[in-house]
Design a protein around this ligand. Structure first.
Ligand SMILES: NC(=O)c1ccc[n+]([C@@H]2O[C@H](COP(=O)([O-])OP(=O)(O)OC[C@H]3O[C@@H](n4cnc5c(N)ncnc54)[C@H](O)[C@@H]3O)[C@@H](O)[C@H]2O)c1
Length: 390
């Protein structure tokens, strides 16, 4: 029987606590400790997820535990590079949340550290474990659509206010752009399904709804407009309660990206943070057919639970429809989170290292960083830089 792994969590916030729960539920490991810069807040998440492990404010103290096998990094995006590199240097297997980092330089530093230490680094691309995304990849890579030529992705980010504009996510210095924080998943899905990386990008975008002239220290409970504002968050359990219309907000909420990929594949990606509904829509077009997804979505009337994939053929073969089991929201990202965490733990147990995964993390960040630069700097084409020699 394999030994129980010992896992530590750096950043025990919303995500860190969810992942700690996934680790325990896997039966493969135990969580032996966590660190968080704000332990009071972290303890609330631990309580919610029924977690009980020692919590400190020192990352180095956590990493100094020689019996620790692996570390989950779930701090805000701007901390990932330093936290992951410190854990690799301490000899731990690292699971780092997406986006890998908020700059290409930081991603490259992580790749170099991985190479120098010989350590294992995994980026948290949970959508790769979603049954429908895996089916998309099988269909495309089996050549069912012929030669892949075009990819269209739309991301309707309902709840964009509370998720991204009421805390650190809304600042360039912490997140750079929602083309990293949010779209990193989709850029990775485009790369993962097509088996090709992006060569260059161009983008348009701006801030159309969030941000404004409200004081930076204004919170919803203290606001005179709390009973009329559509973004007001008065739920006392919700810690994201900064005003979504405050001055300091400097990231965009409406973006469109065009990508030229390897083998001449053309892709486009649009995301908007203030749609009434929440879902993604993927279309992959080849010379002989196309596939389209219809994903579980949150609409005004509630959840519409359906994951369906349709494949149409040019030669008039009957279309194929694939249905996927209804999503259980409690299982995290359509059941992808527990599968992803189990897979990571299995690799920590066997010592398996997936070197392609962090490279994919870097390429997805590179698309997001360069698209953000393009939309902020006159909409010029931006070419992805070479991967670092490692
Ligand atoms: N894969 C996914 O689907 C998914 C979903 C949600 C979040 N995430 C990622 O997880 C990460 C955390 O997101 P979240 O929603 O949990 O944010 P959060 O704000 O809820 O949690 C971040 C935690 O880190 C702590 N923290 C802040 N600065 C720190 C520092 N310097 N050192 C140590 N701890 C620090 C905060 O106190 C907080 O507890 C982000 O990178 C986000 O992109 C991924």
């Amino acid at each position: 029987m394999q030994k129980q792994l010992r896992i530590g969590i750096v950043g025990v916030g919303n995500r860190g606590a969810c992942l700690a729960r996934n680790v325990l539920d896997s039966g493969l490991a135990t969580v032996v400790g966590g660190m968080d810069a704000f332990p009071e807040q972290a303890r609330k998440f631990m309580q919610y997820h029924k977690l009980d492990f020692p919590l400190s404010t020192s990352r180095d103290a956590l990493l100094a535990d020689r019996l620790l096998d692996g570390v989950i990094v779930a701090t805000p995006d701007d901390c990932h590079a330093a936290d992951a590199c410190a854990a690799l240097r301490a000899g731990k297997a690292v699971f780092c949340e997406k986006p890998m980092a908020i700059s290409i330089e930081d991603c490259d530093a992580m790749l170099r550290t991985q190479s120098e230490t010989g350590g294992a680094l995994r980026i948290g691309f949970n959508l790769r474990f979603h049954p429908m995304i895996r089916a998309m990849r099988e269909i495309v890579q089996a050549g069912e659509l012929g030669r892949l030529t075009a990819v269209w992705v739309r991301h309707f980010v309902g709840h964009g206010g509370n998720f991204y504009f009421q805390d650190w996510h809304s600042l360039k210095e912490r997140a750079n752009s929602l083309l990293l924080q949010k779209a990193t998943h989709d850029f990775d899905v485009i790369h993962f399904v097509s088996g090709r990386f992006t060569r260059r990008v161009v983008a348009l975008g701006g801030r159309a709804y969030y941000g404004g002239d409200r004081p930076n220290d204004l919170t919803c409970p203290a606001c005179d407009e709390r009973f009329t504002c559509p973004e007001a968050m008065l739920d006392s359990d919700n810690y994201r309660r900064q005003c979504a219309f405050r001055k300091e907000i400097d990231i965009e909420d409406n973006e469109m990206v065009m990508m030229e990929m390897e083998d001449g594949i053309l892709a486009n990606y649009s995301q908007c943070q203030f749609t009434p509904d929440y879902h993604r829509s993927y279309v992959f077009i080849g010379t002989q057919g196309r596939l389209e997804t219809f994903m579980t979505q949150h609409r005004r009337g509630g959840w519409q639970r359906e994951d369906r994939l349709e494949v149409l053929y040019r030669d008039l073969r009957p279309a194929k429809t694939y249905h996927f089991p209804a999503v259980n929201a409690a299982e995290g990202h359509g059941g992808a989170d527990p599968l992803m965490v189990r897979d990571w733990l299995r690799c920590v147990q066997t010592g398996e290292t997936d070197r392609d995964n962090p490279i994919a993390g870097r390429q997805s960040v590179a698309v997001g960083c360069l698209a953000a630069r393009s939309l902020r700097g006159g909409n010029a084409w931006e070419k992805l830089p070479r991967l670092p020699a490692t």
